[in-house]
Design a protein around this ligand. Structure first.
Ligand code: ADP
Ligand code: MG
Length: 570
């Protein structure tokens, strides 16, 4: 076999490289979009057809290229973005490997139209299967258009690996979304075949872009989370725990502006959610990590989908803590409408403390004394802040006035959350105090209930319920929590079992939640000012009181500025 080693011809090398960069049509779109963004475009228009196999076209109003560069751009490792290895560390562009255009062109037919900013004349370059066919002067607006047709037409083997057009089209759309969501300052439009599929005008607000991309309904379930360290900044919108999905595909992670996939970071987010999320469910949202360049190597994956951290554990821990703190310590407010979107709570730097405007003075709330003041429904705070109980509406909503606005509390949801957290805390401390009635209560269960009971007997015991079979569908309640009236025990036990669906593993938390719900003040009960203020006081001491255990919001705030706006006073 002597003399059988050969250096591969450049065109073969390009095709091999293309296999790494261009997996599918969506990878072409990603590379072209990144090039437009790197070129400083403020509008990017995209057209695609036939799952992106027939056509992907990206045009931008960025810097454009002069004739020399327009040809150079198709050479492998041709890049205008770095000149040396040191540059890699200071990199702010999305591209730098100089492989994308050459790879794409080696497996398709590409037409490039471009005019360099300030130049009179544009250029057209046509490349087929990696061979430059034509370079001509061409009338073109400033900016660049790249049209890619017949992807993999010259490598049928690759083409076979593609999925249906519909699947590839789905990936194209997702690529638009994942990149578009990070660049609110750039206007995007996307047309798939004859449909105007997406249209995102540029905006100076990230929240607005999220709303454009995800839709108002999804966005309304997301909450701004921010943590900042010198070496690592985390900013994102994550979903309330009850808005979740069976896959992680709607939780988008970014490191230094690059969409990445990283199982360990995903795991860190899930750990942050902890018990708030069932196993096998995933939150949604967008999380951006920004690390100093020494902390992360972006040049480890041809399609730049993975990065390597200098200290992965440290990054995971930071993300985990950020999510956890956010979920546990933050009173959540469901944004009322678009105009209130900006009042979504944020974690202030490092401390995780509740910001002033949202604390509604509650943070400063000292001990509660049932003094005269309270009967007047007025309570002064240390910093001259006050909160006043105004009254109850529909026997359900408690209305308070604070310095910043109105605070509406769902009394049932609030009480439920308080009880839930108290039960949980109690359980963690000393287990649940229970009673053994003199005469064991009997309860008759139907087979599905029995099956569920079998599955959660040990969990119930932790809660103070000891139940044993007594033959033919009957069960004996030997012990029950102290706060349950023995006469009511059979009924309550059945309720707990009925709220369980099928034989899915039952989480202790959901058992607690149904207990809390049962015990909590029902909507419709009349509540006086003292009780109202007491409820508020206990709310303040309860972690994560923004949502009831079933995930409905506990309170809503309406700032006076919003009232003024609605009444046309401002
Ligand atoms: P990279 O982005 O890694 O530098 P590419 O192969 O994607 O490599 O692009 C090669 C070069 O072509 C870029 O460095 C850039 O100078 C130029 N280029 C590509 N697309 C555009 C565009 N839309 N506008 C201006 N210049 C572009
Ligand atoms: Mg590029």
């Amino acid at each position: 076999m002597a003399g059988s080693i050969r250096v591969l011809p450049p065109r073969v090398i390009d095709q091999i490289a293309a296999g790494e960069v261009v997996e599918r049509p969506a990878s072409v779109l990603k590379e072209l979009l990144e090039n437009s963004l790197d070129a400083g475009a403020s509008t990017v228009e995209v057209r695609a057809a036939g799952g992106g196999i027939d056509l992907i076209e990206v045009s931008d109003n960025g810097s454009g290229m002069d004739r020399v560069d327009a040809v150079e751009a198709f050479k492998r490792h041709a890049t205008s973005k770095i000149r040396s290895l040191e540059d890699l560390a200071r990199l702010s562009s999305l591209g730098f490997r100089g492989e994308a255009l050459s790879s794409i062109a080696s497996v398709s037919r590409v037409e490039l139209l471009t005019r360099f900013r300030g130049e009179q004349e544009g250029t057209r370059v046509i490349v087929e299967a990696g061979v430059i066919k034509e370079v001509t002067a061409w009338g073109a607006p400033e900016g660049t258009l790249v049209r890619v047709e017949g992807l993999f037409y010259n490598v049928p083997a690759r083409r076979k690996f593609l999925r249906t057009q519909a699947t590839e089209a789905h990936h194209l759309k997702e690529t638009m979304e994942r990149i578009g969501v990070l660049h609110p300052g750039v206007g995007f439009s996307y047309q798939y075949e004859d449909r105007k599929s997406l249209q995102w005008p540029c905006t100076d607000q990230w929240a607005q872009r999220l709303r454009q991309v995800l839709g108002q309904e999804h966005f309304s379930r997301l909450f701004l989370m921010e943590c900042s360290q010198r070496w690592c900044k985390i900013r994102g919108y994550i979903s309330d725990p009850n808005y979740n999905r069976p896959t992680a595909s709607e939780l988008w992670l970014y490191v230094n502006n690059r969409a990445i996939q990283d199982r360990l970071l995903l795991g860190a987010v899930l750990r942050g959610y902890g018990q708030l999320l069932d196993r096998g469910r995933y939150p949604t949202g967008v999380i951006c990590l920004e690390l100093s360049p020494q902390e992360v190597d972006v040049n480890v994956h041809p399609a730049k989908r993975e990065v390597r951290f200098r200290d992965p554990r440290r990054v995971q821990e930071e993300l985990y803590l950020c999510v956890k703190r956010f979920l546990r310590e933050q009173p959540w407010v469901r944004p009322l409408d678009i105009s209130l979107g900006s009042s979504i709570p944020r974690i202030s730097e490092n401390t995780g403390a509740i910001p002033k405007n949202l604390a509604l003075g509650l943070r400063e709330w000292g001990g509660f004394s049932q003094g005269l003041e309270v009967q007047q429904g007025l309570r002064e705070w240390e910093q001259g802040q006050s909160i006043r109980y105004v009254g109850q509406a529909q026997g359900t909503y408690l209305i308070f006035e604070t310095q910043e606005g109105l605070l509406l509390v769902d009394q049932h949801a609030a009480h439920e959350r308080i009880l839930f957290e108290e039960l949980k805390a109690q359980r963690e401390k000393q287990g649940t105090p229970s009673q053994r009635p003199l005469l064991a209560e009997l309860v008759q269960l139907d087979p599905p209930q029995e099956e569920i009971l079998e599955g959660i007997r040990f969990r119930l015991a932790e809660l103070g319920w000891v139940v044993e079979p007594f033959g033919s569908g009957h069960w004996r309640i030997l012990s029950l929590p102290l706060w349950v009236d023995p006469a009511q025990a059979p009924k309550l036990l059945k309720e707990i079992l009925d709220t369980r669906s099928g034989n899915r593993a039952v989480e202790l938390e959901s058992v607690l939640a149904s207990l809390a719900c049962r015990e909590a003040v029902k909507a419709g009960k009349k509540i006086g000012p003292m009780e109202a203020m007491d409820l508020l006081d206990r709310m303040r001491k309860t972690p994560a009181w923004g949502l009831c255990p079933h995930g409905r919001p506990v309170y809503i705030q309406i700032p006076f500025s919003e009232l003024r706006r609605r009444f046309g006073r401002s």
